[in-house]
Design a protein around this ligand. Structure first.
Ligand SMILES: Cc1cc2nc3c(=O)[nH]c(=O)nc-3n(C[C@H](O)[C@H](O)[C@H](O)COP(=O)(O)OP(=O)(O)OC[C@H]3O[C@@H](n4cnc5c(N)ncnc54)[C@H](O)[C@@H]3O)c2cc1C
Length: 491
């Protein structure tokens, strides 16, 4: 049996712990069954944003005549788009694999890892061994579980008899479907609904809650729901109850769920009553994720999971088993690449330096790349209400800032702060939201975490960051405000 200082199962964010260990002079191993880089590179963040970039450009072209530019979207070379993105991301994954293989101090095991005991792992090869040899188990002084998650398939009547897509295969279709039903109103469903809709497909988007992206602040969720109606027929408050194959396509019966508000929300009136049948060429399930812990034989270890299979850890990310750590989607805490990377840093410090760093999620941002974009950090207003916390709130539209007026964009920045000025949450919907949120994250993480940390520094004029400035300025102690307010000019 080969022994390592550290063995990482999962070559997504977890591989960064292995390379950090190797950089510190230790011997590390990574077990990975698929492309290196994890979900992010080949079936998550990167390809989905590459597609959404095309959707954004298509939208700009459609709007061009409004600003005196003679341009039009004359066609979409769909197969070329998806194949070029697929080739590019798989090339990135291959490069990552090569660089891991070439790195001193890291051994790459290709195959499915599973526990034999608390620190020993068997690797079931991907079937490419020619001599039938089964690799010996490997052992680590430390083991990191970083196996990520995969699409969750919900129990829907008739699903076994129809073809359906998940985000794993919807990103690289050879042909754009003329019509598609997307089940799931979370961020993946919303992003893909925007993408397919902006590229001309008829999209029906079914979300269980009364609004899409229901985990966001209520004002944001409502805004996104309304905005996405430009691209999709939105069936919020509905549940996909049954599916059936028909004429080479699919019919989805969406029933108004118990979270529905009882009002007809379908744009064409079809949804009146209890249920509506939605016909489409393709069906895409974006109904959440489940952790990849079910094949790890965790019962051979003392690692504990919750009822849904997510790994439980303490605040320094160590599991119930000494020397066994976990990070990323498998924790079920913050299902984002940047969160997994942050957790990889925490685990690296705790394993390599015994640093005892605790994870802190207060300043963990998140973003949704719909049109308009969404980005948030901290608490939502509902969370503050439910926790009975005192807070002040302000909401400032994008046309407060000159560039907001020039670009003629919709959106707002909402700030939630305690009466003494501590930032409790910030929610942005509008262009560049994913960038605009960053200064708030820095203020919460590195500054004193007050509204003044954002409102006092000088902001570039005329940039959209002036919207953030104006919002924080309203709650700040600035005596002589110079924050822009172009709302009247814009009108
Ligand atoms: C469509 C989509 C869009 C997304 N967009 C964004 C975004 O814009 N921004 C963002 O922050 N996040 C986004 N995410 C989420 C992001 O991809 C994940 O949060 C992130 O990849 C989690 O990293 P991880 O290392 O925990 O897991 P992964 O990246 O999934 O890595 C886990 C790895 O473990 C491997 N593995 C699993 N089991 C075993 C085993 N038994 N043996 C060997 N290997 C195993 C898997 O093959 C995988 O490579 C998106 C996800 C999806 C699906």
């Amino acid at each position: 049996m080969t022994e390592y200082d550290i063995v990482v199962i999962g070559g997504g964010s977890g591989s960064q712990v292995a390379t950090a260990a190797a950089d510190s002079g230790l011997e590390a191993a990574v077990i990975e069954r698929g492309p290196l880089g994890g979900a992010c590179i080949t079936r998550g963040c990167v390809p989905s944003k590459a597609l959404i970039h095309r959707a954004d450009v298509a939208e700009e072209l459609r709007r061009a005549p409004e600003i005196g530019l003679d341009a039009a979207l004359e066609g979409v070379a769909y197969a070329e788009i998806t194949s070029s993105i697929r080739d590019w991301v798989y090339e990135r994954a291959a490069r990552q694999e090569r660089s891991l293989e070439e790195a001193d101090g890291v051994a790459l095991y290709r195959g499915e890892g599973r526990f034999v005991d608390e620190r020993t792992l068997a690797v079931d090869s991907n079937g490419d061994e020619t001599d039938g040899d089964v690799p010996d188990p490997i052992r680590g002084d430390h083991v990191v579980v970083a196996v990520g998650s995969r699409p969750l398939i919900p129990p829907i009547d008739g699903l076994g008899a129809v073809d359906f897509l998940t985000s794993d295969d919807a990103l690289f279709l050879d042909e754009r479907p003329d019509s598609i039903v997307i089940v799931g109103g979370g961020y993946i469903g919303a992003e893909l609904g925007y993408f397919f809709g902006a590229l001309g497909a008829d999209v029906s988007l079914i979300g269980r809650s009364d609004v899409l992206v229901p985990r966001e602040d209520g004002a944001i969720s409502e805004f996104v729901t309304e905005s996405l109606e430009r691209y999709c027929d939105v069936y919020a408050g509905h549940e996909a109850a049954a599916v059936e194959a028909e004429d080479g396509g699919v019919v989805v019966t969406a029933e108004r769920g118990e979270n529905g508000d009882g009002e007809d929300e379908s744009p064409d009136g079809e949804g009146r009553g209890e249920s509506v049948d939605l016909e489409a060429d393709r069906l895409l399930l974006a109904t959440g994720r489940r952790p990849n812990t079910d094949t790890l034989d965790l019962e051979e270890t003392g690692v504990e999971t919750d009822g849904r299979g997510y790994v439980e850890t303490d605040s320094i990310l160590e599991t119930a088993c000494d020397g066994v750590w976990a990070l990323g989607d498998v924790l079920g805490e913050q299902p984002f690449k940047h969160a997994a990377d942050y957790e990889a840093r925490v685990v690296a410090a705790n394993v390599l330096e015994d640093a005892g760093h605790e994870v802190e999620y207060e300043a963990m941002p998140r973003a949704i790349f719909t049109s308009p974009q969404v980005a948030s950090v901290g608490e939502t207003e509902d969370e503050l209400e439910n926790a009975d916390r005192e807070y002040e709130s302000t909401t400032v539209p994008f046309d407060v800032a000159p560039l907001g007026v020039v670009l003629e964009v919709d959106g707002f920045v909402k700030v939630l702060a305690s009466p003494n000025g501590e930032i409790l949450g910030c929610h942005v919907v509008g262009p560049q939201a994913s960038i605009l949120i960053q200064e708030v994250v820095v203020a919460m993480e590195r500054g004193s975490g007050t509204v003044d940390d954002v409102a006092k520094p000088v902001h570039v004029h005329p940039a959209l960051s002036e919207v953030v400035y104006a919002a924080f300025d309203e709650l700040s102690s600035n005596r002589y405000s110079t924050a822009p307010d172009w709302r009247d000019v814009g009108g």
